[in-house]
Ligand binder design. Structure first.
Ligand SMILES: O=C(O)CCC(=O)C(=O)O
Length: 427
């Protein structure tokens, strides 16, 4: 099968934005001091390029006073805040709903006094994960008692962007809370006050690598009496387009995830950065981000972020155009394997992952093979067999996670006698 007309130019785009603008490592720029508005505009905003800025918040009282829960509890003793509860820390993310069905699940939100909320956030023995992460300008409303502890805007960013923040949000979470891959239509200045945040970033040009699908919206409900959650689909049904990729799957599901999302796992490395207390991440509009956190000594991570309106300019138009292009991103890049004449094994089917080949034998066992010199990294083909007979089953149906050896483990290989592989067979 020929590659879809759009595939090669789109893959070239991923590479070119790295070579021409972002850099080919997984690092982003780190500025030791705040830039001037002109530098910030010229080198980062106009290029839609992230960076971390140190020593820009040293004078903020929050960097000292918020390190103690006591201070926050006293200052917010009369404040009611929105606390988001989930069973596992995954809010606003794609999760299984029922057999073979996925949904986009939002957290149960309860309004409670801050002193109770912080106890729940730092508690280690609850049956749920609590994350204060209301994203509707909550810092200037629910947490207004803390307003004197941080700047009301980031002055050099406001000047460069030509406006004041549209929303300022406070985030207080623990190590179990994760924010799934998504993008926002805002320029984001994200300041960590205590603890650390770990961002995994992909530029808007890598849109097709995140397998955005429409998922039915669902809502968690927490039942205090039983201490359990129920998950209910919204009625009438509402579909939310969301990224399907979890960049950090559990070891037991990793192989399966890699098979489902080869464009993510086999493509250029995402950008990764840790934002430490006092540092600011500039996260440009439309960048995909996944966020994890490490606790401070009080058992929390605290951040404040400033969302500025983005320019709906020519870059936005280009991104929209790119997203409208179809990329036949088959979740199963496959090839068929011709077996040597004298092989005991007649046929095998495989797929390419991170430059290694995963192949399945007719007995439904799966094996890794390293060291192939195959000329393409992703091949969208169909299943073939040696004698050209139609495939009996799609490979994805026979790949059970339990039958996978760990990635790169060649212990089950019965080669070399079975392989006489040429280039992947075009279907
Ligand atoms: O801190 C987080 O958990 C997520 C932050 C985020 O998604 C944002 O600032 O847009």
């Amino acid at each position: 099968m020929k590659k879809e007309a759009n595939e090669i130019p789109i893959q070239n785009l991923w590479q070119e934005v790295r070579e021409l603008s972002l850099g080919t490592t997984s690092q982003i720029d780190h500025l030791p001091h705040p830039p001037t508005p002109l530098q910030f505009h010229r080198n980062y905003i106009s290029q839609n390029k992230p960076c971390i800025i140190s020593n820009a918040t040293n004078h903020w009282p929050a960097l000292k006073s918020w390190t103690q829960n006591n201070y926050l509890t006293q200052t917010l003793s009369h404040s009611t805040i929105s606390l988001h509860l989930t069973p596992n820390g995954l809010a606003d993310s794609v999760i299984p709903y029922s057999n073979n069905t996925l949904c986009f699940a939002s957290a149960h939100v309860e309004k409670i006094p801050f002193p109770n909320a912080i106890k729940k956030i730092i508690s280690t023995d609850l049956s749920y994960v609590a994350y204060a992460q209301e994203q509707n300008d909550c810092f200037r409303t629910e947490y207004s008692a803390l307003s004197g502890d941080v700047e009301s805007d980031i002055s050099w960013a406001s000047e460069a962007l030509g406006c004041l923040p549209e929303a300022v949000n406070l985030w207080i979470g623990n190590h179990k809370s994760q924010t799934s891959f998504h993008k926002d239509h805002y320029e984001n200045l994200y300041v960590v006050i205590s603890g650390e945040k770990h961002f995994t970033l992909l530029p808007p040009t890598d849109f097709h690598r995140l397998y955005i699908e429409s998922y039915p919206a669902a809502q968690y409900h927490f039942h205090k009496d039983s201490g359990e959650f129920s998950l209910e689909l919204e009625e009438p049904v509402r579909y939310v387009p969301w990224c399907s990729v979890n960049p950090y799957p559990l070891p037991e599901t990793k192989a399966e995830e890699m098979l489902k999302f080869p464009l993510y796992f086999n493509g250029p490395k995402p950008f990764e950065c840790t934002v430490k207390a006092g540092d600011i991440l500039y996260l440009p509009s439309m960048w995909f981000h996944h966020v994890r956190q490490t606790l401070d000594s009080e058992g929390r991570t605290i951040s404040v972020n400033y969302w500025y309106d983005m320019q709906f300019d020519i870059k936005y138009a280009y991104f929209n155009f790119l997203q409208s292009l179809r990329f036949k991103s088959s979740p199963e890049p496959t090839f068929s394997i011709e077996c040597a004449e004298d092989s005991q094994i007649d046929e095998a089917e495989g797929m390419l992952l991170n430059g290694q080949a995963l192949y399945a034998l007719p007995d439904n066992t799966c094996h890794w093979l390293k060291g192939l010199s195959l000329s393409v990294s992703v091949f969208n083909g169909s299943f073939g067999t040696k004698n050209g007979s139609p495939p009996k089953h799609p490979l994805s149906n026979i790949l059970q996670p339990t039958s996978f050896p760990p990635f790169g483990d060649q212990s089950n290989l019965t080669t070399p006698d079975i392989f006489g592989i040429g280039s992947p067979t075009a279907a």
